[in-house]
Ligand binder design. Structure first.
Ligand code: FES
Length: 434
């Protein structure tokens, strides 16, 4: 993207509304405020996040729907002015330890069903919103002219601007806006662009495209997310794009005193001193030819053999492949199939996704905790079972769903738990679904 082209495009922008704000430091993962933008009145306002709201946020469910209920009434349709698009990055904005992996919950009334939808947009947008200074963003109203909303934490202002010269294609638009709002080349890492693309104008199943700067390739890349036609709602509001710009390279951060932080930051990361085990680890790494392109595969093999990734394993991969330890820890804590803590022989995962949540998966977790004598996120002393809460397991129609080892069980009830633990035959899905 040529700098002159971008300058020419920006010169055509008209600022329709602007509001300054002070960036605040996160307090245990919260900025304690959310942003509301009304595209009809061009009003930009900030609102407090209260303790009650934080309770609703626990587990990532509830808060986004609550924000939506503040805006809608029983006549609201998907294309009503008041139908909001709510982006909620929750207390974590992703994981507690490693930014850049964070999730955001996205809520609106769907043009497909005219009822609220709530989707989990994984990937990168959560931390962008969080580090730009807000726990959530609510967009309501409709703009007569197509606009971009720019949340710029570096310059501490939010603007609603026309953007008549930029492309409609999401790939090009993301590149143009990223180059436009970045002060330097490295600053492109700090920018995420959300757009629906022109296809959403014609399709009720339009998704949203979330961009992030791919430093390896030197381009903006897109991740498609947001189901239920939310792209169409975005388009219908006259929104061409939403740009979130962080203050600086996303800072490294942690939430202490949090249940989730406890699970993701094991106090002690084990080491392996046994020469045979080290030789085994080295063997795995050499099998992948010490190639840094295959560090995930190496870690999967190590996890399979030792049921965890030890500090020793991280050190050996770092030594042979030259991959930074920070990156390796990032991988080890990002993928659910990898773990820094030694897992049990059998991992029981309980889905806490929306469908399972509303059908009582929390009761299943409670019962499993009682029967196994451990808390969620822990492993039994005999290393037989590990218990985990996870997001959607992809079998929502048979919610609530749990996964025992590699078997998926549907329509599970809390009263089934003991049978599942005691009787291996219960691992047959058909029995549970009877
Ligand atoms: S929400 Fe549980 S399987 Fe989809």
């Amino acid at each position: 993207m040529l700098a002159e082209d971008v300058k020419g495009m920006r010169a055509k922008h008209r600022i329709l509304a602007e509001k300054s704000f002070q960036v605040v430091e996160l307090d245990k993962g919260y900025s304690n405020r959310y942003l509301r933008v009304d595209l009809t009145t061009k009003e930009i306002s900030m609102h407090a996040v209260t303790e009650k709201m934080k309770e609703l946020w626990t587990g990532g469910k509830g808060f986004d729907l609550w924000l939506m209920l503040l805006e809608i009434n029983n006549k609201t349709k998907w294309d009503s002015q008041e139908n909001p698009i709510c982006f909620s990055s929750g207390p974590l904005g992703g994981t507690t330890s490693f930014p850049g992996t964070g999730k955001t919950l996205l809520t609106s009334i769907s043009p497909l069903t005219n009822i609220p939808i709530d989707s989990n947009v994984g990937g990168y947008f959560g931390p962008f919103l969080k580090f730009a200074g807000f726990d959530a963003l609510v967009i309501v109203g409709k703009s007569e002219e197509e606009v971009v909303v720019v949340l710029d934490a570096a310059n501490q202002k939010i603007t609603i601007e026309t953007a008549p010269a930029e492309s409609n294609d999401s790939h090009l638009l993301a590149d143009e806006l990223t180059c436009m709002y970045a002060d330097t080349e490295i600053d492109r890492h700090n920018i995420a662009v959300v757009s629906s693309g022109s296809a959403a104008k014609h399709s009720r199943i339009g998704m949203l495209n979330f961009s992030f700067w791919d430093w390896r390739r030197g381009v903006s890349r897109l991740k498609q997310a947001g189901r239920g036609g939310i792209g169409m709602v975005f388009c219908d509001k006259g929104l061409k794009a939403l740009v979130a710009k962080n203050r600086d390279i996303t800072p490294s951060w942690r939430i202490e005193e949090s249940k989730v932080a406890h699970h993701t930051n094991p106090k002690t990361i084990s080491t392996q001193d046994c020469p045979e085990e080290i030789a085994f680890i080295d063997d795995i790494i050499h099998r992948w030819k010490d190639d840094k392109e295959y560090v995930i595969e190496m870690m999967q093999d190590i996890q399979k053999r030792f049921r965890h990734i030890s500090r020793t394993a991280i050190d050996r991969i770092n030594k042979f492949t030259g991959t930074s330890k920070a990156y390796l820890y990032h991988i080890a804590t990002f993928y659910k199939s990898l773990s820094l803590d030694e897992k049990g022989e059998i991992t029981i995962q309980v889905c806490m996704g929306t469908a399972c949540h509303v059908k009582g998966s929390a009761r299943i977790v409670d019962r499993l905790e009682q029967v196994l004598g451990i808390k969620c996120g822990e492993t039994t002393k005999d290393k037989k079972y590990s218990l985990e809460a996870v997001a959607c397991l992809g079998a929502c129609s048979i919610a609530p769903v749990i996964k025992v080892g590699d078997k998926v069980l549907g329509n599970v009830q809390a009263k089934d738990v003991e049978k599942i633990i005691k009787d291996p035959k219960i691992f047959d899905i058909a029995r549970v679904m009877e």
